[in-house]
Write a protein that binds this ligand. Structure first.
Ligand SMILES: [Zn+2]
Length: 666
């Protein structure tokens, strides 16, 4: 489970599209005209502070993660890996000029942005379940590029055409996964979790009877009907080859493990990738939780989060190598020690946890040294196995900005511009001045207290079931919003003053206001970026926004106070106390649904308060339109970098897309 990044370094689109808002079918996203390249220099400062042993451990873990990167692509589309190779080849040192000549300047720039996005997000789809589409380059230009590529020549004519259509055709495999819980339209989506052509009704007919997909499964057709294949080191082709390399690097990392628990974690992961038994991954997670914050270099690798599978049973690949900041982690630790006090104050009825007396879940404030994932996060809380969470505990990882990142004037200007668009004018300066701290507190509460809280009626779930996974896509939206609401309800709690998250009661009160203001602005900004309400965090936000509107706690108003128009309207808090009261009520409601496995109520509530079709309404289309000029919505990619076996940190290329693109090829 994780929290996505509000008002931070968003990573999707931002330019003109003429295909939006014409009827109900799903539209692809247009590419931004350009994309910011974020300097890799601050990361070097983090690296320099590691001991030689920590550097060696991190080096081997980074190698393992790099080897596993193909497994992220392998999930997102049946052609993702081929396309990755085609793009890297076309932009390589030897080919880039030829590609430019072939496409022409304008189409080449667009192609470079497309490639940056594709490689960054691990495939053709954004986290909001839409594909980008090329508008400058023609389909025949892309077809020629694909046909001429060494990476695609072994594919059939039909597959090569499929690739060109995926990049250019506005109607072809626009989504990675269906957005309806019964999998309607699965056969027209692109994800590779299911063999191409398998339909939703086919899956639902045998699900949990003869078909039991797990995190590392893929659903295929067999002569006995639908079946699961398990991804392991023995799997044919890319999957097996990648996992062999991952295992090799993990074996090299093991002698440098910093603690006995970390050693166990690495060992269990090796066994898991070799044999594919999820029990070994569970063991790895248990060791990882037990290692607490004891290892300065910490990591997670595997099929972890449920993204891209409409059933939320099979997981996407990801890897994190993170460096703990022990100093700042103390704040998180003192919050974690208060878990029981927060639990006692939850609006949960009987479904409250009773933590052991010395309970204090590990909470790490970390630099994300290397992240390979389809999704940018501000933190995460794992494992996703609820029985482990209950019996052993969970671990919280909170992302710290890289040293100096928050002071970057370019980034500050982008943020201000976004706030000016989507906040009441009077709120821009105060939010700007405090957003970093308010946001940090929000993330801490979301991860450490929110996801860690609450029990459920075990008679309604299987012994090792994860309720969120059982509740499907809406369950994920529920869980993320439940964690957010925990943060919003307790935003000015005296306990936060006691641990030093805010100075005093006056600042706590101020932070309550600014956090609520920021939350509304962030909702609109995300909507303008994603152009859909379907992403699971945003779906939960949408539910809550409607509850707030209905209660009259917030309202639409003109940004500068004048007459309301679609171009100037923003959401504003009418009554902060009432906002908090609504948050508390919805938190209780969501927990009751989770605890009682009330699937009907879950559906009914989202049907009433969080309809996806709202995106077609004029206000939503206006928000999207207003987001088109925001530079923050164009997103960013990181300057490539590498670490070497002798402990050096190196940056590659400069600060333009064209200067870094040739380094994308591994
Ligand atoms: Zn979360």
């Amino acid at each position: 489970m994780r929290i996505s990044m509000p008002l931070a370094l968003s990573f999707l689109l931002g330019c003109v599209s003429n295909v939006l808002g014409q009827g109900g079918d799903v539209k692809p996203l247009p590419l931004p005209k350009t994309i910011r390249v974020q300097s890799a220099a601050p990361r070097g400062e983090v690296w320099a502070k590691l001991s030689p042993r920590e550097k060696m451990l991190a080096y081997h873990l980074i190698q393992a993660a790099n080897a596993g990167r193909e497994l992220l692509f392998q999930r997102t589309h049946r052609h993702s890996l081929t396309i990755k190779n085609v793009l890297e080849e076309a932009l390589s040192q030897g080919q880039i000029q030829k590609t430019k000549d072939q496409l022409g300047e304008k189409a080449f720039q667009e192609f470079a942005v497309y490639s940056a996005k594709f490689l960054d997000q691990g495939g053709p789809y954004t986290a909001s379940n839409r594909k980008y589409v090329l508008e400058q380059a023609t389909q025949s230009q892309i077809q020629a590029l694909v046909d001429g590529s060494k990476s695609a020549f072994q594919l059939s004519r039909q597959d090569r055409t499929g690739i060109a259509r995926l990049l250019c055709d506005t109607h072809y495999e626009v989504q990675q996964a269906p957005e309806s819980p019964d999998g309607k339209g699965l056969e027209k989506t692109g994800s590779n979790f299911y063999e191409q052509g398998i339909t939703g009704p086919e899956v639902m007919a045998v699900l949990d009877k003869t078909l039991k997909p797990n995190i590392n499964s893929r659903v295929i057709r067999s002569d006995k009907g639908l079946a699961c294949e398990t991804l392991t080191m023995q799997s044919p082709k890319v999957v097996g080859a990648a996992l062999q390399k991952v295992v090799g690097h993990l074996q090299a990392a093991r002698p440098f493990a910093l603690t006995a628990h970390q050693n166990e974690q690495i060992e269990a992961m090796i066994t898991y990738f070799q044999g594919g038994d999820v029990e070994d991954f569970r063991q790895a997670n248990i060791s990882w939780v037990r290692d607490r914050a004891d290892s300065r270099v910490d990591f997670m690798i595997g099929w972890v989060e449920f993204e891209g599978d409409f059933l939320s049973r099979m997981a996407a690949w990801e890897s994190y190598v993170q460096i703990v900041d022990p100093e700042i982690s103390r704040l998180a630790q003192s919050l974690a020690r208060r878990a029981q006090d927060f639990e006692n104050a939850m609006p949960y009825g009987p479904f409250k946890k009773k933590f052991p007396a010395d309970y204090s879940p590990p909470a790490l404030m970390v630099y994300y040294f290397q992240v390979i994932s389809g999704f940018r996060t501000a933190g995460y809380n794992l494992p996703n196995f609820d029985d482990i969470r209950r019996d052993v505990g969970a671990k919280n990882i909170i992302r710290l900005p890289m040293p100096g990142e928050e002071a970057d004037p370019t980034l500050k200007a982008l943020r201000r511009e976004a706030l000016q668009e989507f906040l009441p004018a009077s709120k821009v300066d105060p939010v700007m001045a405090n957003r970093e701290t308010c946001y940090r507190n929000l993330v801490l509460m979301h991860e450490i207290i929110g996801h860690g809280s609450g029990t459920y009626d075990t008679s309604k779930y299987g012994k090792t079931d994860d309720p969120v996974s059982i509740l499907g896509g809406l369950g994920s939206a529920l869980e993320e919003q439940r964690a957010d609401l925990t943060a919003l309800v307790f935003v000015d709690d005296p306990k936060l003053v006691e641990i030093g998250a805010c100075k005093d009661a006056i600042e706590a009160r101020l932070f309550r206001q600014l956090t609520y203001d920021m939350y509304l602005g962030d909702f609109l900004l995300r909507l303008s970026r994603d152009r859909t309400l379907a992403e699971m965090h945003q779906r939960g936000h949408w539910l809550f926004i409607n509850k707030l509107l209905k209660a009259g706690a917030i309202r639409w108003m003109a940004r500068d106070g004048g007459a309301l128009t679609l171009e100037n309207q923003v959401l504003a808090v009418v009554d902060y106390d009432q906002f908090q009261t609504v948050a508390r009520a919805v938190l209780g409601e969501l927990q009751a649904i989770k605890a009682n496995r009330d699937e009907n109520q879950l559906k009914a509530m989202f049907n009433e308060y969080a309809l996806l079709s709202a995106i077609e309404q004029p206000w939503a289309q206006a928000v999207i339109h207003r987001g088109q000029h925001l530079a923050i919505n164009a997103g960013y990619v990181e300057q490539p970098w590498r670490v070497t076996a002798d402990g050096k940190y190196e940056m590659l290329g400069g600060n333009t897309l064209e200067s870094i693109a040739p380094f994308w090829k591994p």
